[in-house]
Write a protein that binds this ligand. Sequence first.
Ligand code: GLN
Length: 487
Amino acid sequence: MSLIEKTASELLALQKSGQLQATEIAEAFLNAYAAREPQLQSFMLAPDASVVRQQAEAIDAKRKKGQPLGRLAGIPVAIKDVLCTRGIRTTCSSKMLEHFVPPYDAHVIERLKAEDAILFGKTNMDEFAMGSSTENSAYKMSRNPWDTERIPGGSSGGSASCVAGGQAPLSLGSDTGGSIRQPAALCGLVGMKPTYGRVSRYGLIAFASSLDQVGPLAHDVRDCALLLETIAGHDPRDSTSVNDPVPPYTQTLDQPIKNLTIGVPKEFFGQGLDSEVESAIRQAFREYEKLGAKIIDVSLPHSPYALAAYYIVAPAEASSNLARYDGMHYGHRTATPGDLIATYSKSRAEGFGKEVQRRIILGTYVLSSGYKDAYYLKALKVRRLVKKDFDDAFQHCDVIMGPTTPTAAFKIGEKANDPLALYLSDVYTVSCNLAGIPGLSIPCGFTRSGLPIGLQLLGAPFTEEKLFRIARMYEAVTDWHTRRPKL
Ligand code: GLN
């Protein structure tokens, strides 16, 4: 197996035992970038080869002297371009932020640096994280490494494409309604949206602040746990960040959960679910049964309304968050300004793409006087009921399982002119964000044409440790996570 196919944990172990140097890892992934990026288009901003090499050399030198090293020493981590990186352009794949260079690092970037990870480029995404296919990037179309005619999912499509394609062993994404789990599923990776409050949002450019979380994408459960362990934890600069210790996820990973009860909601197996995806999910349930798990039916009666509520709450918050990009304080300013209002509106019309404009219009509409009660406030009530459904269900089971996405990766352009069809690909992922609970997607098979399928695990708040252990039970008896696309 070549270096670029290995997991971060394997690369760390090889360095520890003296069989591998950080500089060799850096060269391997820089070469993979050079060879594969023209085809995959995963990155908004290329990794800076000279900085990557310098960092790797410094790590090797420290190791030689026996100095202590961080837990991600020498591991390249690709960063979704929604996270602020000091001195490095951060665009959200939008023309609005084409020239934005943040003067500070996001909390999660500080955490990575403190653990000696190597920042490895900024990944392409749907503009301002709005989308499910990465087709809404203002710059380029990222490809699914399993079939480059297909979308890698979104909005963290570049982050999924680069890890699945062997251009980085780990990446960070953000998930507001599925943007980590959905691309992870479509690219054959493990991806987690942590509990709301588990990871600081400081330096994460806001889409919908009550739903946004940062999280990891990786080849397997161990790597996913390792990266979450690194970025999670309290940060006083995000008032919603929770001040609870982060469990050592990687240490308990191999301890199976005894008397595991899995809840299966019938609402996740209705109309629109592809039959190949359904049969892979049901096969995974049988694996769990062989491992001694009990499968029970649970009901999430309000989940049919979750998608509608999400597409009110998320645009409402987005319309408020994106008001700051006015061409005066922030963002693109038109070259042909007029009076104040004309300058605002021209700058925003030029800087924002179609989907972002649609969300702003939707969001301001549902918040406007006369409509707020009918739409926004009603959606908040539905949100509350969605949360209650989960609370009730978790009285009877340890974990809820179902598909991450209704279908495998679709063709580029297939849904581009039909926003509603695209919104439907979030049908199984948005409830998790509305309820603030953790969600994990793991590979559980392939379609006949060789496209990855993801199994979604949902847990009660702050049960990430348990979710990782449950996921690992399945991973230990299957080999989906070891497959790599031929490129
Ligand atoms: N696809 C969803 C949307 O467009 C979710 C995006 C996300 O999680 N950032 O809103």
